[in-house]
Design a protein around this ligand. Structure first.
Ligand SMILES: Nc1ncnc2c1ncn2[C@@H]1O[C@H](COP(=O)(O)OP(=O)(O)OP(=O)(O)O)[C@@H](O)[C@H]1O
Length: 270
């Protein structure tokens, strides 16, 4: 469903181009959750921002394809991309307060996202927004609709972002470290929520994270990145039990054992 092949992106300075990612290839099949993992600076965000056409001005895709819905996203024009983002691909970024507009009420932001893709009356917008806020378990949805982003907690703001990302029932959801900016106590709730929304709609998910535990719990496939390259990819069950690349082995070795596992009991003497 999303097929990325040979994706290469550079950042240009006044004197030269610096290659951030090179020859990135992977697939996100229909109805499958894929984890994109790797240490800080390995190129995860540049990869998804290249696919979504959301690179900063100094970033340029210099090669490859990203085929989705019969369109190569890397060659799509702005209008095509705007139409695909939101309607066909829901994007959840790290920081919900960066995604929400601080000077528009939440209701107005729902209206903007809905009206970007179809005509709708105020009453329709209100009804749809309330239903969607309820589906992401936002408490007091009417009050939230009237209010502004700064009045929300981080977890509630990310729920609103998820509701907005799902508004047009996109078949693919891309989430870039969606819990990094949040309090540790709500991180799991947000991941569970994304997981539920994705599973209910039989959507595909590309989940960027540096947490292998998160991949093990929520993803069926994994793509491992290091220094701007894909070093290994495959089914989570295979890659996690018999990793081939030394870097994947190193990442897995660094994951603390689950508290109930025999390895943890050996460490703690329990
Ligand atoms: N705006 C930019 N200008 C120049 N180089 C950049 C820019 N953004 C990213 N890079 C470079 O691209 C490479 C990949 O960065 P990227 O942000 O994709 O890593 P990441 O794996 O998402 O890391 P993190 O987990 O910290 O978000 C890094 O070497 C980084 O320095």
């Amino acid at each position: 469903m999303l097929t990325v092949s040979g994706l290469t992106t550079e950042f240009r300075t006044r004197v030269s181009g610096v290659r951030a990612i090179e020859d990135i290839s992977f697939e996100v099949p229909q109805g499958v959750a894929v984890g994109l993992v790797g240490e800080t600076g390995s190129g995860k965000s540049v990869t998804i921002r290249s696919i979504l056409g959301l690179l900063p001005v100094s970033g340029h895709v210099v090669g490859g394809r990203a085929d989705f819905d019969g369109v190569d996203l890397l060659r799509a024009n702005r209008k095509q991309l705007r139409d695909i983002r939101g309607r066909r691909i829901g994007f959840v970024a790290q920081n919900p307060f960066g995604s929400l507009n601080p000077i528009l009420s939440i209701e107005k932001q729902f209206a903007n996202v809905i009206r970007a893709h179809r005509k709708a009356s105020r009453a329709e917008i209100r009804a749809l927004a309330l239903a969607r806020l309820e589906s992401v378990q936002v408490r007091g949805p009417e009050r939230v609709l009237r209010g502004y982003a700064h009045e929300l907690s981080g977890g509630m703001a990310q729920r609103v972002v998820i509701a907005l990302a799902m508004l047009h029932d996109p078949p693919l959801v891309i989430a870039d470290e969606p819990t990094t900016a949040l309090d540790v106590t709500v991180q799991r709730q947000i991941l569970d929520l994304i997981d539920a929304q994705v599973s209910e709609g039989n959507r595909s998910l590309l989940l960027v994270t540096h947490d292998l535990g998160v991949v093990a719990q929520y993803c069926r496939r994994v793509v491992v990145m290091k220094s701007g390259h894909v070093v290994e990819s495959g089914a989570v069950a295979d890659v996690f039990t018999s990793p081939e690349h030394p870097y994947t082995k190193q990442l897995l070795a660094a994951v603390p054992p689950a508290p109930w596992s025999s390895a943890a009991k050996e460490v703690t003497g329990a």
